[in-house]
Design a protein around this ligand. Structure first.
Ligand code: NAD
Length: 541
């Protein structure tokens, strides 16, 4: 029976658990870390519900101990990628015909499995394979992922309930159809919540999906797929294909039936996908919806009235938590000369205490960066800075990949505002500071706005209300997520919907109604209860 209106209560954000050293939760988690590290698994492709073990494989490792292999990942080639598209298309009719509340129920069940029986397993997988400390892993793979699932369901119901008005004798209805064809989802390494959300949001809305996880972070995404299966997701609705980006582009993105592309990752990769879609535009059955949240060069801008302790806390946490690998991580700061001596002193006192270490070391502030490629890229920036006369490395600056991909938290003082590390995305624990003369506030605001093409997240610190209003206005288009007297990281689903503009993406705000609308194509139906039978209009008679 379909009869009835089914409502959810507005969900609450999943509470974040604290894992204190020596607490029973931490001890239980330590055992889980040891057991996952001691028993590597095989990760297959999952196509049409079938496990497919290909001959081409890659290793999933612990970045902070790269000799430790967690899994052998079976990589989809062109043949498997094409099968995944066919499997998605084969599952489509039944999935989209299923009443929406049954579809949504699969994802709400998954949220409850994730936050309940699988909490420990998921946190450990995320910590080990993505080198996150326990707090960062809890926030990512548990709280944010569950929040995405629950708030997407809530927003979807809101959309379905949003109906046009009627005039006398006419009944208008909006039917929110899934897209024709399939959706391709392409995940980044840094957040399992994002990785899981990219296929789940379109699937909840009735779409079928071909999902490529990041090659550097497959483990927790695979375990999430298993949770979805246990929650009742039918075979073929989400097809899991670890694969090479270029082959995914050739076999999935170029398929004429691709009707949506859900991406989070670098600006360069999104640009290349957009170009490919543009080149093929005549061949698609529908105009593909392109949703991409991409790179950033996130800023902190301090006004002379800023609270110095709050500012220092924001700078340290936003630049160095998860090794600066959050898309929202602060990587440039504009500091007034009047505050700089005090800030410099405080930062100098704190930075040597922020040590790097294994995820099993609960006191480590930073762990390792994700992989060799990322390590080499960050090290190249550090070497460049060391050799340059246009900057001074004030703290850190060293990197060592002998055991894991460790990079010291680094503070650079730029002598000119367009110094490379002030304007390019590094995606590592490197914060560059530019000290401006207090009298040059307006020029410096202009620099902050125009120095990079990105506009993802940014913070201002000021006590003076007139200054807050001025900075907020001057930086209107500089960030899609803007913070006042708070760090630019840590957006919470449904509280600070996340996404940036300019070269930072299409700003479709993951976990929001805006995002869910992208996976739906509205059919408007007008029914006339008493149809006209006349040909001539009244004024013609
Ligand atoms: P990435 O762009 O290197 O990779 C993203 C995905 O694309 C991966 O699955 C990768 O395998 C795949 N890929 C790589 N090359 C490809 C190609 N030529 N064709 C098709 N697919 C290809 O990004 P990453 O290193 O995983 O993540 C870091 C980036 O993501 C940073 O730029 C960061 O700012 C961005 N990010 C943005 C947000 C946001 O909300 N704006 C959130 C997280 C990460």
């Amino acid at each position: 029976m379909d009869e009835g209106f089914f409502h959810f209560k507005r969900p609450a954000n999943e509470p974040v658990k604290a894992y204190q050293a020596e607490s029973p939760e931490w001890e239980a988690l330590r055992k889980e870390l040891d057991s996952q590290a001691a028993a590597p698994i095989e990760i297959p492709c999952v196509i049409g519900g079938k496990r497919i073990y290909t001959e081409k494989t890659m290793k999933a490792v612990e970045p902070h101990r790269h000799s430790s292999v967690l899994a052998t990942v079976h990589v989809a080639g062109p043949e498997e990628l094409k099968q995944a598209v066919e499997a998605a298309m084969a599952a489509k009719a039944e999935w989209e015909a299923l009443p929406w509340y049954h579809r949504v129920s699969v994802f709400l069940t998954a949220a409850d499995l994730l936050t309940g029986p699988y909490r420990k397993k998921m946190i450990a997988a995320c910590m080990l394979n993505q080198s996150k400390n326990v707090y960062e892993a809890e926030i990512d793979v548990i709280c944010e992922l569950a929040d995405f699932l629950r708030f997407n369901a809530y927003r979807l119901e809101e959309i379905y309930a949003d109906q046009p008005s009627n005039s006398r004798g006419v009944w208008n209805r909006n039917e929110y159809r899934p897209l024709e064809g399939f959706v391709a989802a392409l995940s980044p390494f840094n957040f399992t919540s994002i990785s899981g959300n990219l296929p789940s949001a379109p699937a909840m809305a009735g779409n079928v999906v071909v999902w490529k996880p990041s090659s550097s972070a497959v483990l927790a995404s695979y375990y999430f797929l298993e949770i979805l299966e246990e929650a009742g997701l039918p075979a073929g609705v989400i097809n899991f294909v670890p694969s090479r980006g270029a082959e995914f582009g050739d076999c999935v993105v170029a398929d004429p039936r691709m009707s949506g592309f859900h991406f989070t990752g670098s600006t360069e990769v999104f640009n290349s996908i957009w170009s490919r879609v543009g080149q093929n535009i005549g061949s698609y059955h529908s105009y593909p919806r392109l949703v991409g949240e991409t790179g950033g060069k996130d800023f902190i801008f301090a006004h002379p009235t800023a609270n110095v302790d709050a500012l220092v806390s924001g700078m340290m946490r936003a630049a160095f938590a998860y090794c600066g690998q959050k898309c929202s991580a602060a990587s440039r700061a504009y500091i007034p000369a009047s505050l700089w001596p005090e800030i410099r002193e405080k930062v100098h006192a704190i930075m040597p205490t922020l040590h790097t270490g294994d995820v099993r070391d609960i006191h480590a502030f930073l762990n390792a960066v994700i992989d060799q490629k990322s390590f080499a890229k960050i090290k190249e920036y550090l070497d460049y800075a060391k050799a340059s006369d246009d900057c001074e490395i004030l703290e850190g600056g060293n990197a060592d990949d002998s055991v894991g991909y460790f990079v010291q938290p680094t503070l650079i003082l730029a002598k000119k505002p367009d110094f490379r590390t002030m304007v390019e995305e590094i995606f590592g624990p490197v914060l560059t500071v530019y000290v401006y003369e207090d009298g040059k506030l307006d020029e410096t605001l202009e620099l902050c706005d125009s120095s990079t093409g990105y506009a993802l997240s940014g913070s201002i610190y000021a006590a003076d209300r007139m200054a807050i209003a001025k900075l907020e206005k001057a930086l209107t288009h500089s960030a899609g997520n803007f913070y006042i007297n708070d760090k630019p990281t840590g957006a919470v689903v449904d509280q600070q919907p996340f996404g940036g503009a300019r070269r930072s993406g299409t700003n479709d705000k993951a976990g929001s109604r805006i995002n869910m609308l992208r996976w739906l194509s509205t059919r408007t139906i007008k029914e006339n209860r008493v149809p006209d039978t006349e040909v001539l209009y009244p004024h013609m008679k």
